[in-house]
Write a protein that binds this ligand. Structure first.
Ligand code: 13P
Ligand code: SF4
Length: 325
């Protein structure tokens, strides 16, 4: 199993001499390799700006499923690159920093999850895409934050469900669908860092602002939200409504696109308890423009997995793509 480590990647090739214009050098490599760069909204602004495609987890999975490129560079975290590889076994899938993991994915170790699943043999397993390929391989269907409600609603009401790994998204989906589900108790360190107290203080000092939140946040934060949705849904929402000010309770990388789409509006990142930067995903931020360039230049770090795991993980991902059109 891939395990997240918050250290500088030893496997990222050493920089040597970097080109002065990394944007131009990456563009050249894109043409040379017939590569596509897929970036998540939580990536640093420069990476979002050089990407061919920016999206939430579902949009990135769709883009990976539809690409004609020979090389897929995933500017995101490990489970996103794994998803691209599961869908594209014959393509080279690169992740700029191989240590760009995910605390939520790590909160569901495959051995323990296998025991949990075995203890509930009648349950249908729905796993959030933020999990390892091994967990996907043990699942009946995958979901993302943008289609989780829709997918759960399509499961016959008498069918018991295990929902893994995010307890916060799971609880939110239970509330939205009225379905009882057995929740794996995993969570994301970034989305559990937001301070209810400081959000309420911000709401008082910015009475015109709407609070928008990702469903990975805890209930104590979600209860203050005017709108809850995936990163793509939050981006769409703040463009559609007339509101001019938003308190944004998700990783602040998304604010780059929000500000581009609505330059006259104001976006305030929801704060953590103390004045740390813990609302930034430390794993997403391991990727840099330099590492992206080096990964393309040296064609490493590459995502690999056993064919058995890939095939077992492919089936629930394909089901998700069919059920969320
Ligand atoms: P999205 O599916 O909204 O992109 O969320 C991914 C993620 O990692 C949230 O922490
Ligand atoms: Fe994982 Fe949380 Fe980072 Fe998303 S924000 S990639 S769930 S650690």
């Amino acid at each position: 199993m891939f395990k997240t480590a918050l250290v500088k990647s030893a496997s990222t090739p050493s920089s040597g001499t970097l080109p002065l214009d990394l944007f131009a050098a990456i563009d050249d490599l894109k043409r040379e390799l017939n590569a596509v760069i897929l970036a998540h909204y939580y990536q640093e602004p420069d990476i979002q700006d050089i990407a061919d495609y920016i999206g939430d987890s579902l949009q990135l999975a769709r883009a990976a499923a539809n690409t004609n490129a020979d090389v897929i560079v995933v500017a995101g975290v490990h489970f996103m690159a794994e998803t691209a590889k599961i869908l594209n076994p014959d393509k080279l899938v690169l992740l700029p920093d191989i240590n760009a993991g995910c605390s939520l994915a790590d909160s569901c170790p495959p051995e323990q999850f296998a025991q949990f699943k075995a203890a509930h043999p009648q349950h249908f397993v729905i796993s959030y895409i933020n999990c390892s390929a091994e967990i996907k391989a043990m699942s009946d269907i995958i979901c993302t934050s943008s289609n989780a409600v829709k997918i759960v609603q399509q499961i016959p009401p008498e069918q018991p469900i295990i929902f893994a790994p995010d307890r916060n998204l799971g609880r939110y989906v239970m509330e939205q669908t009225g379905r009882d589900m057995l929740l794996w108790q995993g969570s994301c360190i970034v989305h559990e860092t937001f301070s209810e107290k400081r959000i309420v203080q911000l709401k008082i000092s910015h009475p015109q602002a709407e609070t928008i939140a990702h469903p990975e946040c805890e209930e104590s934060v979600l209860r203050h939200a005017n709108y809850i949705g995936s990163t793509a849904a939050l981006l769409k929402y703040c463009q559609e409504v007339a509101t001019q000010e938003f308190i944004v309770a998700t990783e602040p990388g998304i604010i780059h696109q929000m500000q581009k789409a609505a330059p006259h509006k104001r976006f305030i990142p929801a704060p953590a308890e103390n004045n740390c930067n813990c609302n930034e995903c430390p794993f997403m931020r391991l990727n840099t423009l330099e590492k992206l360039y080096l990964a393309m230049k040296h064609r490493t770090p590459e995502i690999t997995m056993s064919e058995d795991t890939r095939l077992a993980a492919l089936r629930p991902i394909q089901r998700m793509l069919e059920m969320s059109v």
